[in-house]
Design a protein around this ligand. Structure first.
Ligand code: PMV
Length: 314
């Protein structure tokens, strides 16, 4: 049996991070500028990842660690294959990718989805996308403490989705092409810690609890603006979403500064994306041209700036 390769993209959230954990809708989309690539080859049931200092573990290793969720997901694939009367062939799984961990770009979901796809494909099986999503969500809960399922749903979707926890995602159309510019603040944050920080704010701050109810309207505005191609309206809704995230305590001075600089450089709208407290910000470029925004962010010292046009050019 030869080796099998599968990929999965990073993701961006346009609306609903944190609020999605409380049952509110989110809008998110894959970010194919960054990819995870997983290779499965006949071997000894070991996992090797260049993301964690060339760490290597055995598939049946039950000890906690950065690769524990992936081991769990692959053991579940083995169990499913057994149920389908397909014998598991011992494999070596290698993970490579350019998605910075802890940056709100969905790196753990991307690794899980790519690995689950590769392991099934290596055994001649193509699982339904809903099964891949469920397996990745269960495993991601190990990494994040809890996972709404938003990241696994987004990195396994063909384009933008509307997502409500516990429901199948709804695919959204793109009414008019648009360009997003994304900057990494260079500060990695564990989603688990940032979710706990926002929850602590919700527990003691009535204004934060009240703002949660605004996410329903923000997600509809963003979903409709995407589908009808109303880019000015999309920009305004992204700005309003950032302000709501500020009230939730998900942002900080440095991310707010990056958002302001993007708007001054002509962005139609800008917001943090992901759990916040570090990680990434995104901006909607005017007339598809993100160069001024990218230059402004590079001047501020952002270690990575990417530009992505949607829909992806064929
Ligand atoms: O892991 P991140 O930074 O992409 O955050 C995901 C979004 C959260 O709402 C904060 C967590 C979740 O599981 O939905």
């Amino acid at each position: 049996m030869s080796e099998t390769v599968a990929t999965a993209p990073a993701k961006l959230i346009l609306a609903g991070e944190h609020a999605v954990l409380h049952g509110h809708p989110a809008i998110a989309l894959p970010f194919p500028a960054l990819l995870t690539r997983v290779t499965v080859a006949p071997g000894q049931d070991t996992l090797v990842s260049d993301r964690y200092l060339d760490r290597m573990v055995a598939l049946d290793d039950m000890s906690p660690g950065p690769l524990a969720p992936l081991c769990e997901a692959l053991r579940e694939v083995r169990m499913w294959l057994g149920r389908m009367d397909r014998a598991w062939q011992p494999v070596d799984v290698a993970i490579h990718g350019d998605i910075p961990p802890g940056s709100g770009l969905g790196s753990s979901a991307s690794v899980l989805v790519a690995a689950i796809r590769a392991a099934f494909a290596h055994h001649g099986s193509q699982p339904p996308v809903a099964l891949v999503r469920q397996m990745a969500t269960r495993a991601e809960s190990l990494a994040h403490g809890t996972s709404s399922g938003l990241d696994p749903a987004t990195v396994s979707a063909p384009g933008p989705i509307q997502f409500i926890r516990g429901h199948a995602p709804i695919d959204l159309r793109i009414g008019r092409p648009f360009t997003l510019v994304v900057a990494d603040s260079g500060r990695a944050v564990a989603t688990r810690d940032q979710v706990a920080r926002v929850q602590a704010r919700l527990d003691c701050d009535a204004a934060a609890r009240l703002v949660l109810d605004r996410f329903e309207g923000l997600a509809s505005r963003i979903g409709e603006a995407l589908e009808y191609g109303e880019l000015e309206a999309l920009g305004l809704a992204l700005d309003d979403t950032h302000e709501a995230l500020v009230t939730l305590g998900a942002s900080d001075d440095s991310l707010d500064g990056l958002v302001r600089v993007a708007r001054a450089a002509g962005a139609l709208g800008a917001k943090l994306s992901g759990a916040g407290g570090g990680g990434c910000v995104l901006a909607l470029a005017p007339d598809g041209d993100g160069e001024a925004i990218a230059a402004a962010w590079r001047d501020l010292g952002c270690p990575h700036v990417w530009t992505q046009t949607y829909p992806e050019p064929a």
